[in-house]
Structure formats: structure tokens, C-alpha cells
Design a protein around this ligand. Structure first.
Ligand code: HPA
Length: 296
């Protein structure tokens, strides 16, 4: 597939304009919901719903379990724009296209991004069904040359060289733990490793990623978050641990997409409670908490 690495500024603007024409709401919080977790959006009251196919330049999700629509409405007193389903690099889209929705959110005035993903558990203390707050990430895809910020920098979003020391907002992580504790829900915390996929890891790769400090592993999120943080958004991320990564060729279990979806659904009610609690108590956005500012 030969496609341009970059997306021109007009494409982001045209997508944002198309969304503005379909809603009178002014969302401030973006939600990206991963495999099996799309049902969370059913909790959004009286939503404006826009199928991805009706937004110019918007990548379509081709994966089972990803619905492919934007849902804009009120949740816990906040106006949210939720992506029910996301596209992935492994579907064949360039990273700039996969992450186009995040920049469109920014143009719409969204300052807070909450991301969820389905992930394998690398940390041997984790169990399938756990929820992990993302403390930091290792973006192996970007490190290997497929980052979402390659090519000419669009300074209206952020700087050429973005700073990534505090991507996952400490205040929001703390808030997630507080609301979970109040509801009797256990949350883990750790480092998310992003791979290109779509092949699952081999046992040798699992051992390597664990020894490098990874706690969960998946095929999304890190590039979305890089683009969001570049554009000055604050971020909170969660991994749903849908399976434990197998670290031995002697293992007899198997990881299947169906099982990932099933456990994703099992986790939804708990994750929904945490997300609602975070939204209800979300502190006002403070630009000083984000290290990157637009160049222009
Ligand atoms: N590896 C990568 N991605 C995943 C996994 C996994 O084990 N489970 C769900 N998404």
C-alpha cells in the first residue's frame, strides 16, 4: 500500500467541520474505546451519533467488535465525544491517518483524552480481567520508525520535538485510583507496550517485553496518546487485561480474538464505573500540566 505518511491540515479541518455540522454540543472530553468496550457509550444520554463513514478523511475500523461511530453527548455532567471503535496501524493505515481523530478532537476544543484498550498482561502478578491504569508507555512501533509525528510538523498543533515525560496525567491517575477504591474496584498500574500487530507476541517476545519493563501489551493507544500530548491535551489511559501473555513455548492455553472480546465485556461494568467516577470529579483543565504548546 502506497499512501502519504502525512495528512494535510485541511483534512483535519474538513473532518472537524463535518462534525460541527452534526452537533450543537461543545465536547471537552474525548473517549477512545477499544475492543469489546464500545458498549460503554450506551451510557451516554440523548447522543448525537455520527457514523465514521459520514466524516471526510476519517479512518474506518475493519475489525470485529469495533462499531465505527462517534457518539457525542452528556456523561456525568461532562460533554463527551466518544469513539466507539478505532482503527489500527495493522489494518494498513499510515499512523497519521490512524491518529487523525485525535487532532480533530483538538480542533473541536477537546482538552482531555481518555483512552482504553484491550491488552495482554505481561506482569506475572496480573490476572485476566484486571484493569490497569497506564502510568507510561513503550512505543516500539514509533521507536522502530513508524511514529505518528513523522514528516513536516504542523505547528498549529504542537512543537517539532514534543516532550513526553509526563504523558499520562498524574492528577487524573490518582483520581482514577481514588474513585475505584471508593467503589471497591481494584486497579493495577503499569507500563503499556505498543506493538504493530496483528500477530500476537511469541513467548520469547513476551519475556523480552517483560524484562524491558512492560506490564501490558497491545496494538493501539500509544500513537494516539503521542499525538494528543503533542497537541497539548491531558491524558488518562486504561488497559483491560483480557488475557495473560504466554511466556513459554510449553504453554497449552491459547489467545483468541473471541476470548479478548469476551473478557473485554466482562470488564466493562467495572471500567464504566471508574470512568463515570473520573468524569464526575474531573478537575478543570490546566494547560500548565501539559508540557507541549503550539509553535505558532
Ligand atoms: N497482545 C497484544 N494485543 C492484545 C493482546 C495480547 O496478548 N490481548 C489483547 N490485545
Amino acid at each position: 500500500m502506497l499512501q502519504s505518511l502525512t495528512v494535510p491540515l485541511e483534512h483535519y479541518q474538513e473532518a472537524a467541520d463535518a462534525i460541527r455540522q452534526r452537533t450543537t454540543r461543545q465536547p471537552t472530553v474525548g473517549l477512545i474505546l477499544g475492543s469489546g468496550l464500545g458498549t460503554l457509550v450506551e451510557e451516554i444520554a440523548n447522543p448525537d451519533v455520527i457514523p465514521y463513514t459520514e466524516i471526510p478523511h476519517w479512518p474506518r475500523s475493519t475489525v470485529q467488535g469495533h462499531a465505527g461511530r462517534l457518539v457525542i453527548g452528556e456523561l456525568e455532567g461532562k460533554t463527551v465525544l466518544a469513539m466507539q471503535g478505532r482503527s489500527h496501524f495493522y489494518e494498513g493505515y499510515p499512523m497519521a491517518v490512524v491518529t487523525l481523530p485525535v487532532r480533530v478532537m483538538r480542533l473541536l476544543g477537546i482538552d482531555t483524552l481518555i483512552v482504553t484498550n484491550a491488552a495482554g498482561g505481561l506482569n506475572p502478578n496480573f490476572r485476566a480481567g484486571d484493569i490497569m491504569v497506564i502510568e507510561d508507555h513503550i512505543n516500539l512501533v514509533a521507536m522502530a520508525g513508524n511514529g505518528p509525528l513523522l514528516g513536516p510538523n504542523l505547528g498549529v498543533f504542537g512543537p517539532r520535538f514534543s516532550i513526553n515525560t509526563h504523558i499520562y496525567n498524574p492528577r487524573l491517575r490518582k483520581l482514577a485510583h481514588k474513585v475505584a477504591q471508593e467503589r471497591g474496584i481494584t486497579l493495577r498500574e503499569g507500563v503499556y507496550v505498543a506493538l504493530a500487530g496483528p500477530a500476537f507476541e511469541t513467548p520469547a517476545e513476551v519475556r523480552m517485553l517483560r524484562s524491558w519493563g512492560g506490564d501490558s501489551v497491545g496494538m493501539s493507544t500509544a500513537h494516539e496518546v503521542l499525538v494528543a500530548y503533542h497537541a497539548g491535551m491531558r491524558i488518562l489511559g486504561f488497559s483491560s487485561i483480557t488475557n495473560l501473555s504466554l511466556d513459554s513455548t510449553e504453554a497449552h492455553e491459547e489467545v483468541s480474538h473471541e476470548e479478548v472480546l469476551r473478557l473485554g465485556r466482562e470488564i466493562v461494568p467495572r471500567l464504566a464505573q471508574v470512568l463515570r467516577g473520573v468524569l464526575a470529579e474531573l478537575p478543570p483543565f490546566d494547560p500548565a500540566e501539559v508540557e507541549n504548546q503550539p509553535e505558532a
